[in-house]
Design a protein around this ligand. Structure first.
Ligand code: PRX
Length: 640
């Protein structure tokens, strides 16, 4: 039996839901989904409330929720909170430098969003167009997203850590004609040259005609005449009403890595995503009026979309947004900010927890954390040791710790423990959220019952589900619905225990989760082989103390070329250039050859085992074209 920690009094007192409440609501969400989601949809204001609730099929794939409803998510996140919350802080921002703070009230947010929406309109952007956002973690990122939502423009946020090449690919794929960026961003005291990166991306040619540049650092950046506009110099006035949107009208595209090919443009629509983020924010964080909520994710990832912007603001919360990193200027930064801003709910990633845990308890305990009520984790499996440190040292065994499993594709949280309802098991994501029906299947798609391990699928649609891959519906069908007919396949392996708790064991496909960032091995490989000296590359993951998974790259060189330290540096630079620093390999292993079957297929299973230092269970190597290669690979691994 695994250890279960009962929810502490801070979680049960005043909770919106206890264990019986969860059981009843969960059962109803499966027995009467239309009734359940019709009620949950009332968390939002609708121009026309939906008459039809669920209308979906996984075979053939066609997913719709609330399809005849009409609403606007900017209205729901901003306008409808006025005048009641006019003076309440909507976005509480702290810059990279400690104590540099901006407070944007709901009234001010409204003014700023209207102005940004009008600026987009001035540039000729109309409903249905795509606009790419490449911004630092500043309020203008949320403002720009909401401005797009206001006028029915589909935003595509690209993480500021992606390189010009990666940005270019994402602009081209969705055909944006307008980009919103900033003169630069600051992370950990280092300048991120966002505008220069946009210039470099646009040099590669694409249909971008206008760039809006937010003045953030005040540094000089070249401005292209006729194309680039300082946001603060674009004169606009008047009102900009919220565009009434069909529930199934697209809200945003967010690119994410898969096991093959280029990153996919995950498309979310207005009604379903809006209901899912509003509902999960309320229930999962058991959000209570007036609380300060801090999700440390960047808005360039789905966590930032759902739990920095849409979920908190739809609930009228105060969302803390942080430009910097956990270790600048020192490792006390998170806890110092928790104290300064009296944060009630704190939501971060295991990689940050593990890195801070290494620094000992002092940096945490010297700060007053009595405001904290709830601690959340997201992005990768949290190991029990990190979980316990979070629970004991950060939360003083006073704050419930919730792990939350979900994906870019799912729009919001899918598996978690509800703070007031469930006991917590360190290392387990928990129980399914309302409307989520997880299934475990074996490799052949056979349904596995009871306490067991298998591949995690979801049996039925939920409102926050992605609707398609932008511009490639067939890829959507292939990626998620072809492995197991009639089921959504998550790509994750999972164990279900005797209490029906789910334990995510990690990806079972060629996707790596590096510090909570998703990376396709194929993407890193194609960046490596773009180097003129590289013949072939095979990338696998291996266990890494801080990052969870590290990137291990096996590389073969063209005939006659020799490995050197300089070459390894060049290869890392090559990956940074093609994708960004987050994809830089931790280990580069130059080898004379890669293990292949006689038919020429790379045997990744063997490469994975060797990278994991697991030499004892390489399995059958007799089908290898050159079995002796294995010894030299092991030798090479031992030397690293
Ligand atoms: O493998 C799972 C892991 O992250 C993947 C989704 O990555 P992404 O789309 O970038 O979204 C991350 C933020 C929601 C999943 O397929 N993952 C995410 N959360 C957890 C997790 N693995 C274990 N436990 C989690 N809580």
């Amino acid at each position: 039996m695994s250890e279960t920690i009962p929810p502490p009094p801070s979680a049960t007192t005043g909770a919106h839901m206890d264990a019986e409440g969860y059981a009843a609501a969960y059962a109803r969400s499966l027995d009467d989904p239309d009734g359940f989601w019709r009620e949950e949809a009332r968390r939002l204001d609708w121009v026309t409330p939906p008459a039809t609730i669920a209308n979906w099929s996984f075979d053939p794939v066609d997913i719709r929720w609330f399809e005849d409803g009409v609403l606007n998510l900017c209205h729901n996140c901003v306008d409808r909170h006025l005048p009641a919350r006019a003076d309440q802080t909507a976005i509480l921002w702290e810059g990279d430098e400690p104590g540099v703070v901006r407070r944007i009230s709901y009234a001010e947010l409204h003014v700023a969003v209207v102005a940004m929406a009008l600026k987009l309109k001035t540039l000729g952007v109309v409903k249905g167009d795509r606009v790419t956002l490449y911004l630092p973690m500043i309020p203008e990122a949320a403002i720009a997203m909401l401005a797009c939502a206001r006028i029915g423009v589909v935003h595509s946020v690209v993480f500021g850590g992606f390189s010009p090449e990666a940005l270019h690919g994402r602009i081209e794929d969705c055909g944006s004609r307008v980009v919103i960026t900033a003169d630069g961003g600051m992370r950990g005291g280092r300048l991120v040259p966002l505008k220069a990166n946009v210039d470099a991306a646009l040099e590669r040619g694409c249909g971008v005609t206008s760039v809006i540049v937010v003045r953030h650092l005040g540094n000089d950046v070249p401005m292209a005449e006729g194309r680039d506009h300082w946001a603060d110099e674009m004169a606009v006035s008047g009102d900009c009403p919220c565009e009434p949107m069909g529930a199934e009208d697209p809200l945003f595209i967010l690119y994410t890595s898969g096991s093959t090919g280029k990153p996919k443009g995950v498309l979310h629509t207005t009604g379903g995503y809006g209901v899912w983020t509003a509902s999960t924010f309320h229930h999962v964080f058991d959000y209570r009026e007036g609380e300060i909520f801090w999700c440390t994710a960047d808005v360039g990832w789905v966590t930032g979309h759902s739990y920095v912007v849409y979920g908190p603001l739809a609930n009228g919360a105060t969302s803390l947004m942080f430009e910097g990193v956990p270790n600048h200027p020192n490792v006390e930064r998170f806890w110092e900010m928790v104290e300064r801003h009296e944060v009630n709910i704190f939501y971060t990633a295991p990689t940050a927890i593990r890195a801070l845990m290494r620094e000992g308890d002092d940096p945490v305990t010297k700060h007053d954390r009595s405001s904290l009520r709830l601690l959340g984790s997201v992005g990768e499996p949290i190991n029990p040791e990190a979980w316990k440190w979070y629970w004991r040292t950060v939360g003083d065994e006073r704050c419930a710790v919730i792990d939350t499993w979900w994906q870019t594709e799912t729009g919001g949280v899918m598996i978690t423990t509800l703070p007031g309802a469930h006991g917590m098991k360190p290392g387990s994501a928990g129980r399914p959220f309302f409307g989520v029906e997880p299934l475990l299947v074996d490799g052949d798609g056979k349904l596995l019952e009871g306490a067991t391990s298998g591949n995690l699928c979801i049996a039925r649609s939920w409102p926050g589900q992605m609707r398609t891959v932008y511009g490639d519906h067939e890829r959507f069908v292939q990626t998620y619905f072809s492995t197991y007919k009639g089921l959504y396949f998550t790509g994750d392996g999972c164990r279900r225990d005797e209490d029906d708790y789910y334990w995510i064991t990690g990806r079972v496909d060629d996707v790596l989760n590096v510090s909570g960032h998703r990376m396709g091995t194929a993407e890193v490989e194609s960046a490596l082989v773009a180097h003129p000296l590289v013949a072939e590359a095979a990338v696998v993951g291996y266990p890494h103390d801080i990052k969870g998974t590290g990137i291990y790259a096996y590389v073969t060189l063209n005939a006659g070329e020799e490995n050197s330290e300089a070459l390894e540096t060049e290869l890392r630079q090559q990956v940074r250039k093609e994708i960004g620093p987050i994809a830089s390999p931790d280990i580069i292993h130059v080898t004379p050859a890669l293990p292949k079957t006689r038919s020429g297929k790379i045997m990744r299973r063997i490469l994975r085992k060797i990278a994991e230092n697991d030499f004892g269970s390489l399995g059958d190597t007799s089908t290898l074209a050159d079995p002796s290669l294995v010894d030299s690979l092991i030798e090479g691994r031992r030397n690293r």
